[in-house]
Design a protein around this ligand. Structure first.
Ligand code: IPM
Ligand code: MG
Length: 352
């Protein structure tokens, strides 16, 4: 029996609701498969926990997390805690501490889901986000607070190692897809140091992948291409901030933020990787039982894939797609179903 140890961190807003739905389908898959079992441990780290204890991750917390095979993460962000505090308190210490430098964000219009684009069915993208440095390097400061001469800096940091490894990861992934096409997203027309190096290293790495077709697009221009010519994109590699923005657009174009998954990978597996829906806490619907669990199911499929359970991952996506196709959908997709109804139906199809 294969045993996978999962650290579950529901955290804020609808996070705990969707993580619990995700664990239900994972249990159903393990039961159906018979070859693997999950050992799940829940961690209560959230913004509420922070307000009570003064920290998100307690001392020794990261050391403990390190012993797991994967982290299944809900969402962080609360109206009671400034966003930069919650993000740097919980999500970024894990992502950066565990060197999860490759953030993988697939986008596709699932059956039965309507894209706002006429030719939205052409969307089949994977956005690769550099996840360890760039604009999120935390390199900056403030001085003369409150005075007229106050200054704030936020300097993006690009290292050769950081840039090369993300481009290589993107080429490896592009090579495995039928179209074998990789688009470099950049802003090297306006930013002439880090971004020019970003481009140069891309073309150095490209020499090792003659089978992958490439092109280069400025980040502003790629947004119009995503909307007007979605079929021309396949794998896209972009910096931390650029890909953050592009992946929200990709999620909206594929029907809803409620279906978009993500994996924060440490490809060398020195540390556990973390899997999360990209939608965030969504206070407006927290506790109403109508959060779309599909993003978390898709996320769970990516986690299974990473754990070597490809057959279960495939079965899960088949069940999810059958359910979206049937019209049983939560309100973000225009339906009336609850989180529990969608979860139950996915579990039923997994068992069936
Ligand atoms: C994401 C989110 C986060 C990010 C937020 C919560 C800071 O938008 O994962 O895309 O920008 O990294
Ligand atoms: Mg984002």
């Amino acid at each position: 029996m294969r045993v996978h140890r999962i650290a579950a961190i529901g955290a804020d807003g609808i996070g705990p609701e969707v993580i619990s739905a995700g664990l239900e389908v994972l249990e159903a898959l393990a039961a159906r498969d018979g070859g693997f079992r999950l050992e799940v441990e829940h961690f209560p780290w959230s913004s509420e926990y922070y307000l009570r204890h003064g920290h998100y991750i307690p001392e020794g917390g990261l050391e403990k997390l390190k012993t797991f095979d994967a982290i299944f993460f809900g969402a962080v962000g609360s109206q009671q805690v400034p966003d930069h505090v919650s993000l740097w308190g919980l999500r970024l210490p894990i992502v950066q501490g565990f060197d999860q430098y490759a953030n993988v964000r697939p986008a596709r219009v699932l059956p039965g889901v309507k894209s706002p684009l006429q030719n939205g069915d052409k969307i089949d993208w994977v956005i690769i986000r550099e996840n360890s440095e760039g604009e999120y390097a935390g390199n900056g400061g403030r001085a003369h607070r409150g005075l007229p001469i106050e200054v704030g800096t936020e300097t993006a940091v690009f290292t050769r190692v950081g840039v090369e490894r993300i481009h290589r990861f993107a080429f490896e992934l592009a090579r495995k897809r039928p179209r074998k096409h990789l688009t470099l997203v950049t802003k090297s027309n306006a930013q002439r140091y880090g971004m020019v190096m970003w481009d140069e290293i891309f073309y150095e790495v490209a020499k090792d992948y003659p089978d992958v077709k490439t092109d280069r697009e400025l980040v502003d221009a790629v947004t119009t291409r995503m909307v007007l010519k979605p079929q021309t994109l396949d794998v896209v590699v972009a910096t931390n901030l650029h890909a953050d923005i592009l992946s929200d657009l990709a999620a909206a174009l594929s029907g809803s933020l409620g279906i978009a998954p993500t994996a924060n990978l440490n490809p060398e597996r020195r540390f556990p990787s973390m899997f999360e829906p990209i939608h965030g806490s969504a206070f407006d619907i927290t506790g109403k039982g109508i959060a779309n669990p599909v993003a978390t199911f898709w996320t769970a499929a990516m986690m299974l894939e990473h754990l070597g359970e490809g057959a279960a991952a495939h079965r899960l996506m088949e069940a999810v797609e059958a359910v979206t196709a049937s019209g049983l959908q939560t309100p973000d997709l225009g339906g009336k179903a609850t989180t529990a109804e969608v979860t139950r139906e996915v579990c039923r199809r997994i068992a069936g």
